[in-house]
Design a protein around this ligand. Sequence first.
Ligand code: ADP
Ligand code: FBP
Ligand code: MG
Length: 852
Amino acid sequence: MATLLNGSLYSGFYDCQSFLKKKHRTSWPNMCSFQRLSMAKFDWSSISHRVGGNLFTKKGINVFSPKITVPSFAPEFLDAIEDEYNGVIIDPESLPSSANAFVSALRASLSYWKSKGKKGVWLKILPEQADLVPIAIQEGFSYHHAERGYVMLTHWIPCEPCMLPDSPSHQIGVGGFVINDKREVLVVKEKCPCSCSGVWKFPTGYINKSEEIFSAAIREVKEETGVDTIFQQMVAFRHVHLVAFENSDILFVCMLEPLSSEITIDDKEIQDAKWMPLDEFVGQSFYVDDHMSRKVIDSTTSSSSSISSLKSRFLEPSVSGISSLRKFSSVKFNTSSSSGSNSSFNSSSPSGSPTRFPTKSVLMGSAGNLKQKTVSGPAGYVLEDVPHLSDYIPDLPIYPNPLQDNPAYSVVKQYFVHEDDTVPQKIVVHKTSPRGIHFRRAGPRQKVYFESDEVHACIVTCGGLCPGLNTVIREIVCGLYHMYGVKRVLGIDGGYRGFYAKNTVPLTPKVVNDIHKRGGTIIGTSRGGHDKSKIVDSIQDRGINQVFIIGGDGTQKGASVIFEEVRKRGLKVAVAGIPKTIDNDIPVIDKSFGFDSAVEEAQRAINAAHVEAESMENGIGLVKLMGRYCGFIAMYATLASRDVDCCLIPESPFYLEGTGGLFEYIEKRLKENGHMVIVIAEGAGQELLSEIIHSTTQQDASGNKLLQDVGLWLSQRIKDYFKQRKMVMNLKYIDPTYMIRAIPSNASDNVYCTLLAQSAVHGAMAGYTGFTVGLVNGRQTYIPFYRINEKQNKVVITDRMWARLLSSTNQPSFLSAKDVVEDKKEEGTSCPLLDDQIFSEDVSGNKKISHV
Ligand SMILES: Nc1ncnc2c1ncn2[C@@H]1O[C@H](COP(=O)(O)OP(=O)(O)O)[C@@H](O)[C@H]1O
Ligand SMILES: O=P(O)(O)OC[C@H]1O[C@](O)(COP(=O)(O)O)[C@@H](O)[C@@H]1O
Ligand SMILES: [Mg+2]
């Protein structure tokens, strides 16, 4: 249903907002179209002739050889990166400080960019560089927008109409409609000389940078009246044009539920505030004239007793009472797709008490219809919360946690995790950084949502083997039994398909007592076979109400699908994921269990390779380790060992022949050292193999790509190379991959598995669902599935860790020989690549350069 509103009610908001300049406005959001930046890949060779010196390129960086004298007239070029619209963003930090240098660099750069067909150029000038503004203007730049810390200028190079986006066009305001049980509205009278002076109105204001609309409304109400509220519903918005500095303005009205009633006004801004009977509020002459405003107020307030039935409103501002200079438009605010579930994310915390977090919102996830449950707080705090059974099942009974009577825990101070405890995703921050994303801290809660007798749990393990699977199984069974008195736990045999195609295995503490000493999984595993409907049918038929799903990235995606189906069917079933994989390719978490054990076990293979290599003339030990898409095991095993001379991973492409290639390096190492050890991750160099062996698109049952054996291939290529060179060389190839992942977990993984299992049990008992348990910055947390499943973790070769590896092995960075551009015409000399720079693609495929 759409309600049209003539905006005289809201016109008052506008006036007051524009008056209150002290309140922050939202800024141009980082030029939205440029958020995904990639390093420029300019071919500087084309201008090297002009500047004289020997210029060679490392994909995207212009480097003058320090040994070569560059003529004094050679201009510098401005450092810049490409945007995704064939434009250029100049790095403000690297602008020359002298006007002369700036003008010559700007001219040279513009003429180069023009020759390359570049279009828009963005030039940010900081306050201390203000002298450069007139120069830039003279060179054809125009003002785009300004913020406190900079002025942005732009230049459109082509001789065609400029396509650059305009400067930010809107400011965002919020209004808080707070109504209490007595049908009184929280109203304020502002200290302003505008048209609404003397009118009792909703508290309003502007949203801060990076602030959620919902939290801004709560903050404004708190600041102006001292009343605590919680977000209920977005009820309306209005859009007006030609407002502050000729910008447009959008005001969002949020319905908020009061958590307190005492009023303390902010006397800098507010004359007075009070709880005003609704009729009196609506009856004010300022509003009376406008029947549409009234209609919205009426419909909003009549719905306030059953907020869950609220539908979004459609507001259109009225021309009446507003300067005729302003032009109006209207926009539909469509929350209908999520309105049904809004009520499910209720305002009280699972423990029954109102949460202290100021806002809750449900956003449509980027993947399908996954709902995201986020909570915002001051200073950019965001909690990415996990779903709870009470979100979609009303009136669930709550029980005291049986742990409170457990002699082991009853003496522990603050054993139960506080509802408000959360863990930040990023712990390296700057003074001014927003607080950022947080996850719910894992652990036992004071109240639980299951009685011990009621619980019927099941455990399933999926995907490849991994050290620690049995430990997790053991600790879930024992945790449920010993901590919560749960006796009924089933093992699902053979992965996801076991739910519907196989028998189950009853698991008791006795059955699992010794299993942590064995590798593998006692309940079996498999790939493929994920049939959502059959799996959830089986869960329902068997009366299972807690599902513990142990597996890697694929498994967690499957778990998310199961959770959605469970929620759709409205089942009281908690779905918890435990992240397994030796590949360590699961994002967000510090590491997956089994990874440490795999790295440790890999040492044995590396040692053997080293011993073999050392014992022979020109000995090479080649070890293949797992890592389908990422090289974490290879990287960490290399760093741990110190015997490895070269580590090859999927994220860092390499090549064999020519300058800077692998063969050249091997020959050099053998000459220097007489032997060498190479570690290669199974997913490395696949693109080289597919040039020879026909590229395969084969996949396993789970859809993972099937790899060629890069170890065998590389062994053969190295042997051929030395044969051709008529050099003695002895290569021993070791493939310990399946031996590594079949071992039992080491001590540290055993502890990790135990804590993960216990956290999963606590979470499920507390009614949380749709989560993966994981270590974030050393703390156990509950992470929503969508966050775990959004991408794959990879070694970022522009991060310090890879740089550490390179400096520990001294291996080449394998920049392509094609990247070296020699200016033979000018100087007739060749320059080696600088070893302190590496070029790569990050996980998003962006080109990056890093200095090691
Ligand atoms: N996108 C997906 N949706 C649903 N199930 C999936 C998905 N990807 C993988 N699975 C299922 O998860 C299980 C394990 O996945 P797999 O990739 O083999 O191992 P891992 O979870 O260890 O990465 C398989 O049964 C597979 O069918
Ligand atoms: O040969 P399999 O058993 O299908 O598995 C091989 C793959 O399993 C892995 O160990 C990863 O498995 P998961 O994704 O299941 O954790 C990879 O390193 C390896 O490529
Ligand atoms: Mg996987």
